[in-house]
Design a protein around this ligand. Structure first.
Ligand code: PNS
Length: 162
């Protein structure tokens, strides 16, 4: 039984994230999408709200569950019986950052947690939560960047009000 964790801020979920979850659901028996804090970032929207959007967008994937991880990711992965983390890579810059975390997570877990890297689908290599937040902040249209079923709520949550 292969259980993996897809961790990230998902601030908010994008179509690139959803594509990764869909591919993981075919590759592994069980997939846990873990909304996890990144100490370098601040969040306008709670982890629980971001997790709720992911749960709605992945409702068609029976082996995908959503959770909130509040501490060290490697410890969370061991505690939950996962064999690996799965990360999507858009470009070489992503690989630079992720390779550091790969070694860190492997060390923290005493070698028990590996990381699998999947290339981002070419349709989404330009896409990031940052650009979604930016467009939504100005009241722009985000429907081509985020799952349709949560687009309206995401647009409202990130709209900058004077
Ligand atoms: O989507 P992000 O913000 O790029 O995801 C980064 C994240 C949340 C996966 C990373 O910051 C993380 O693992 N945070 C949990 C704290 C932790 O375990 N840090 C040690 C990493 S070696």
């Amino acid at each position: 039984m292969s259980k993996v964790i897809c961790p990230g801020s998902f601030n908010p979920i994008t179509l690139g994230h959803l594509n990764l979850f869909e591919r993981c659901s075919k590759l592994f028996d069980e997939v846990v999408v873990a909304v996890t804090p990144n100490s370098a970032k601040t969040y306008l929207v709670t982890a629980e709200q971001r997790a709720a959007w992911i749960a709605r967008a992945t409702a068609h994937l029976p082996n995908v569950k959503v959770d909130v991880c509040t501490g060290l990711l490697a410890e969370y992965a061991v505690k939950n019986g996962a064999v690996a983390l799965v990360k999507g890579l858009r470009n070489p810059q992503d690989m630079d950052i992720e390779s550091q975390m790969y070694f860190g997570n492997r060390e923290i877990s005493g070698g028990r947690i590996d990381t699998v890297f999947l290339p981002t689908d070419e349709r989404y290599t330009y896409l990031s939560s940052t650009i979604v937040r930016d467009i939504a902040g100005y009241g722009g249209e985000i429907r081509s960047f985020v799952p349709d079923c949560v687009a309206e709520e995401i647009a409202a949550a990130y709209l900058r009000r004077p």
